[in-house]
Design a protein around this ligand. Structure first.
Ligand code: 0A1
Ligand code: ZN
Length: 882
């Protein structure tokens, strides 16, 4: 079991890092696998740091020690001490070999960390999850990422029950044993940290493909799953091949083993895991077929397959010195995946999705009680730091660096980074140093971004001097204090900009103090509290377009008029910037609606969108995104005393205005045209049509619920793809349609044997409005298919409700908060990682209006007082309350 909070959760600090006193050069692991009990023998060849006198201490949690020997001699009990999470051994020397034998109980492991069982006792399979500190649940070891060892792994098990035996590395033999048992051995030639160890054993089917790397290595790619879903692995296999080619071309990185295994499981705490040579995936990010997978999910599969594969270099070949450097591998790998996905799909749409995610998930984190830097200074439980800040903000920081160096300079810097750190456990300083050295620039000023929490506010003032034909832009920055960092420093903020004429043309830019280039777009870097930038030869007051492509993860406060934003929305050539102008204008319109003042912004937003809607030249998918105002979470972030139900109502009203302006007839006509073109194909144009069709259907149902419901019912019945089917079902549920019950029953029946599709059935029903959603959640909990033991199911019910339906979850009487808090306590006893992650749904509680705030605080405080909570959940609820 995991550490509980009565066991001293004293924080680990970056400033206290020390190199390991003992390293492991080689490890031989022998597994005797069984569902209820597995035995692990580990032989560690130890190296001692001569400069440190510390006794040999190994991590180990929940291990039953069966035998222990040093250099071939069994140890007597007086020469070692076995505590709750540590083994201390006397007498070890440089070059010693320590051998331990332990017993584990995989079937009893509900935390899904270490060695555990996925699926039923009869048909399920065994697998491991070791990041961040799961290896200590498997054997005694210095379980830290700066201990890199060579692994030889031998698996033994009953052949009938476990016909497939896999571990990371190249296969080095297999054979029969007595009593129907068999064995298989794997050797990994690349030294690796323990968190990248993995094994899988059970009854699994496979698909295979031969691949030859750019540098000529023949590789067998193998995807594994339970037999009934193996046909759903083909899309992921194609995505893997695309990822491998792309990494060769974009970064010159080749795969480095003879086999690459990928395994799907329904029981997984996170998205997927990049174990060396043996990636393990949450089935949600590997399995795909047209009948049960939406377009968004297809793109997610492609992105996660690429992400895990890219880790083979950014994470595995070059790993992290300690967990404070987590963003070194995660931020960088997210960035690489974003580049890949942009190349495979539409760059502006990808950027829109990434920025929307940053605003929805990371900005609130950075503005709330859990705010932390991309490189945290301390933690109590590392699993709580796999956050949007470390991943998504971390990626934005890499993007800024790549923008600073340009495409060629960044590639040069990355080549240097990989070469200089191959086979090492590196730091963010190593990364910035390599990028900078390869380009003769000092990037260390960017380290402040890694050390400082909070989202900077960027202010832009402007001034036009007609007589001098000068346009002056004054940029200033301010980062509000965060819980443990009240004072903030100025950061280097790259601002990509362009100036538009009132006719929508981009002007050539002549920036004072810079060589004349005549470019229409350039980057200025604000690295002080305030700075002025003067542009010459400007004949009339221009409209600035700032932070193009979202060149830095900041909140821009500018004073553009609605007319200026509408101009950018109409004329900007870049799809992302167009969307962004629309988002800013929608916020103005929303605020005007709420405050009841001038409706200039509402009119400007509606008119501009109606014009784009009528104009046949805008890409369907982009149009759908531009016609979607910022979400309720993002709108709530702008308020001091948020009332989620009112925010929902105002946002609905805003969309109703838009629908009215476009007109019911025009919407219906477009819907019909799109419906006629309906197919189940996956090409970009078909996906874009589905995306727009969904948006149009939503707008129709805001104007005329009955008509929207009739169309949705038909769409549900005739849908050739999950995207159309789920979109229709969602409209029926959200509008409380009389037809909803029949469609839901049909859906459940159709997908009763498909857990990923059934998750969608749970998810969609959490989106009912107001108190109805609470009633739904209570009823769904009693469904025989609901279980707290499966992370995907928990997230499909409680996660979707608390995060994606603020108006439903935040009931004024606090009933929603109490239900979530009660379930968190139960979940924590089973799976602390998933409980702690779900608890972050309370993040925004301090910015609620007073009645809800008091209710939320009471529920969180009651949870905090419960005895025996895990270290994971304790850290989250304590931070939340302080
Ligand atoms: N490194 C993985 C994320 C991951 C982290 C912890 C896990 O433990 C349950 C699992 C996966 C990634 O970034 O893909
Ligand atoms: Zn990752």
């Amino acid at each position: 079991m995991n550490a509980r909070n009565d066991q001293s959760p004293s924080p680990i600090r970056l400033s206290e890092y020390r190199a390991p006193a003992w390293r492991v050069e080689r490890v031989e692991l022998d597994f005797d696998l069984g569902i209820d009990a597995s035995e692990v023998t580990a032989r560690l060849r130890l190296r001692r740091d001569p400069a440190q006198q510390t006794p040999l201490r190994l991590d180990g949690e929940g291990l039953e020690l069966l035998a222990i020997a040093l250099d071939g001699q069994p140890l007597d009990p007086g020469s070692y001490r076995h505590g709750d999470n540590q083994l201390e051994v006397d007498g070890a020397q440089d070059g010693s070999v320590l051998e331990t034998r332990v017993r584990l109980q995989p079937a009893a492991n509900t935390a899904l960390e270490g060695l555990y069982l996925s699926g039923s006792r009869e048909t399920g399979f065994l697998l491991t999850q070791c990041e961040a500190e799961g290896f200590r649940h498997i054997t005694f070891f210095p379980d830290r990422p700066d201990v890199l060892a060579s692994y030889t792994v031998t698996l033994r098990a009953d052949r009938k029950r476990f016909p497939v035996l896999l571990a990371g590395g190249n296969p080095e033999g297999a054979g029969e044993l007595e009593d129907g048992r068999h064995w298989a051995r794997f050797v990994d030639p690349h030294p690796k940290p323990s968190y990248l160890f993995a094994l899988v054993a059970g009854r699994l089917e496979k698909i295979e493909r031969d691949y030859v790397t750019a540098d000529g290595r023949a590789v067998k790619l193998v995807m594994w799953s339970e037999a009934n879903v193996i046909d759903r692995c083909h899309y992921a296999m194609d995505a893997l091949e695309r990822s491998m080619r792309w990494d060769e071309q974009a970064y010159g990185r080749n795969y480095d083993l003879d086999v690459f295994h990928v395994v799907a499981t329904h029981d997984f705490n996170m998205g997927a895991m990049e174990n060396k040579g043996l990636n393990i995936f949450n089935a949600k990010y590997l399995l795909a077929d047209p009948d049960s997978t939406t377009d968004d999910e297809y793109r997610a599969v492609e992105a996660v397959v690429a992400h895990e594969y890219f880790h083979n270099w950014s994470g595995n070949r070059v790993t992290c010195r300690d967990w404070f450097q987590l963003s070194l591998k995660e931020g960088l790998t997210v960035f690489r995946e974003q580049q890949f996905s942009a190349d495979m799909n539409s760059p502006p749409l990808k950027r829109i999705e990434d920025v929307a995610l940053l605003r929805r998930a990371q900005f609130p984190e950075d503005a709330g009680p859990l705010a932390h830097p991309v490189r945290p200074a301390q933690y109590s439980e590392i699993n709580n730091f796999y956050t949007a800040t470390v991943y998504e903000k971390g990626s934005e920081l890499v993007r800024m660096l790549s923008g600073r160096l340009g495409t060629d300079g960044f590639r040069r810097g990355m080549d240097r980074y990989f070469e200089a750190n191959d086979g090492r456990a590196a730091t963010l300083e190593d990364f910035l140093g390599a990028l900078g050295d390869a380009n003769q620039v000092d990037l260390l000023p960017y380290l402040v971004w890694y050390a400082q929490a909070g989202t900077p506010r960027l202010k832009a003032r402007r001034d036009y001097d007609a007589a001098r034909r000068e346009f002056t832009l004054t940029l200033s920055q301010h980062t509000p204090g965060t819980p443990s960092q009240p004072e903030k420093h100025a950061l280097p903020i790259p601002v990509k900009l362009a100036l538009f004429t009132h006719e929508g043309r981009m002007l050539p830019l002549h920036l004072d103090g810079h060589p004349r280039s005549g470019d229409t777009e350039l980057v200025v870097v604000l690295d002080k509290a305030e700075q002025r930038f003067v542009f010459r030869e400007i004949d009339a007051e221009p409209v600035p377009s700032l932070l193009r492509g979202f060149s830095a993860p900041v909140i821009l406060e500018s004073h553009d008029t609605p007319a200026e934003l509408a101009l950018l929305l109409r004329h900007d050539v870049d799809g992302f910037n167009r969307w962004e102008a629309g988002q800013q204008l929608a916020i103005r319109a929303y605020e005007a609606l709420r405050e009841g003042g001038s409706d200039a912004a509402i009119v400007a937003w509606c008119d501009a969108l109606a014009a784009l809607f009528a104009d046949g030249n805008v890409d369907d998918a982009l149009l759908a995104e531009v016609m979607t105002p910022p979400g309720e979470v993002e709108l709530a972030e702008r308020e001091r005393e948020a009332d989620p139900e009112r925010i929902h109502a105002w946002r609905q009203e805003l969309q109703r205005r838009l629908a009215t302006r476009i007109s019911a007839a025009a919407l219906l006509q477009r819907y019909r045209t799109l419906a006629q073109a309906t197919n189940g194909q996956l090409d970009a144009a078909s996906q874009a049509q589905r995306r727009l069709k969904r948006r149009v259907l939503e707008l129709i149902s805001l104007l005329d619920a009955a008509q929207g419901q009739a169309l949705a019912t038909l769409q549900y019945e005739e849908a050739p793809s999950m995207t159309d089917r789920l979109a229709a079902l969602s409209v029926l549920v959200r509008t409380d349609a009389p037809q909803a019950a029949t469609a839901l029953a049909h859906f459940r029946d159709r997908y009763v044997d498909n857990p990923l599709a059934l998750d969608k059935w749970f998810n969609v029903q959490t989106q009912r409005r107001g108190a109805a959603s609470l009633a739904s959640v209570r009823e769904l909990e009693r469904d025989p298919a609901f279980t707290l033991k499966n992370p995907n199911r928990v997230n499909a019910l409680f996660g979707a409700w608390a995060r994606s339906n603020p108006a439903g979850f935040h009931q004024a009487d606090g009933a929603g908060y109490r239900l979530l808090a009660e379930r968190l306590a139960q979940l924590d006893a089973l799976n602390p990682q998933v409980a702690a992650r779900l608890a972050t749904a309370f993040n925004g509680w301090r910015r609620l209006e007073p009645v809800r705030r008091a209710q939320a605080q009471a529920a969180i405080a009651a949870l905090a007082e419960q005895a025996g909570l895990s270290r994971n959940l304790t850290e989250i609820v304590q931070s939340m309350l302080h």
